[in-house]
Design a protein. Structure first.
Length: 320
């Protein structure tokens, strides 16, 4: 696949105008906690209508595609959130939608897909990851919206970076969940276009951290992926088409443990009354280690779609 190039600021600004009335301009609030290593702020993408930032990238890609290319519908490969973003926008545009999902996709996310009229095709994890690396699924009708390696999706995600700078112009660092790089690279592209001195860090969980492994090796790596309650990020490998961009625009990877993520979810609920899924809490877990710096740090709470049973366990201090 051809490497994804850095998204021009003009395309991200155009995406912001395109997404007016589609995606919410979400709140940026201070973390209500003492004795933390930085002035931590939370960008609450869990408050989007689908509970996730994915509304932005999917919406921008589908609006740019136009009705002719959407005539036969759309589909994506997703553990849940991108599927919901595609389904929400497809219903709004009046076209059918489908998603290839891994067998272990959370029921919360599968139920949300069904509510929005999306057909879910469950496949083994390895086959699902193959759809992402191959950019399609043979025999599936409609336009494929890649969840990560799509310039229009990345530009839509980048609108979060513009909003962060609007609300906190003197931010020192931004910490973003890293799944395949579409969110972190979009935000980093926007911020580099306006304030290149601001560091944008990827945040990964130690059980599935392909970007960290690739940075250590100096090339895209395949890892031993260990499934966990952090189901929204952590692929089997670093996507080669995303590697040059991620290496250039991101300041590094901050990998954290499952226990640290569990603690961050509990802290968000108890102190800010914010419900985050595992992936959404990884940036806060990383910021709490102090590795993102001691200044003004923004953590992108990317989503809040977590099974209630898992949340109950996490609030009880367990790691599901």
């Amino acid at each position: 696949m051809k490497p994804i190039e850095e998204i021009p600021l003009s395309e991200i600004e155009a995406a912001r105008k395109r997404l007016e009335g589609v995606a919410l301009r979400t709140s940026l609030v201070r973390l209500n906690a003492e004795n933390v290593p930085a002035a931590i702020h939370l960008k609450l993408e869990n408050l989007q209508p689908i509970g996730s930032f994915k509304l932005r990238g999917a919406g921008n890609a589908m609006l740019l595609a136009g009705r002719d290319r959407l005539r036969d519908g759309v589909y994506t490969a997703s553990a849940g959130n991108m599927a919901q973003g595609v389904a929400w926008n497809a219903r709004r545009l009046g076209v059918p939608s489908s998603a290839i999902v891994p067998e272990q996709a959370p029921e919360t996310k599968l139920d949300a897909m069904a509510r929005r009229g999306m057909r879910a095709v469950r496949v083994p994890y390895d086959r699902w990851w193959g759809v992402i690396t191959e950019h399609g699924y043979p025999g599936m009708p409609g336009l494929f919206i890649h969840p990560v390696a799509d310039a229009a999706v990345i530009a839509g995600n980048g609108t979060i970076g513009l909003e962060i700078l609007d609300d906190l112009p003197d931010v020192d660092a931004v910490v973003v969940p890293y799944g395949g790089g579409g969110l972190s690279c979009g935000i980093a592209s926007a911020i580099r276009g306006l304030k290149p001195q601001v560091k944008v860090f990827a945040a990964e969980v130690e059980t599935a951290a392909p970007f960290a492994a690739s940075l250590r090796a100096g090339s895209p790596q395949t890892i031993n992926h260990i499934p966990s309650f952090v189901d929204g990020i952590g692929g089997k490998s670093m996507l080669p088409e995303m590697w040059p961009l991620a290496r250039r625009v991101l300041a590094g990877s901050l990998a954290v443990s499952l226990r640290e993520v569990a603690n961050a979810i509990k802290l968000l609920v108890e102190r800010n009354r914010v419900v985050a899924e595992g992936a959404g809490a990884v940036p806060l877990a990383a910021a709490l280690t102090g590795r993102a710096g001691a200044g003004k740090v923004v953590c992108v709470i990317s989503g809040g779609n977590i099974d209630t049973a898992k949340l109950v366990k996490l609030l009880a201090g367990e790691v599901p």
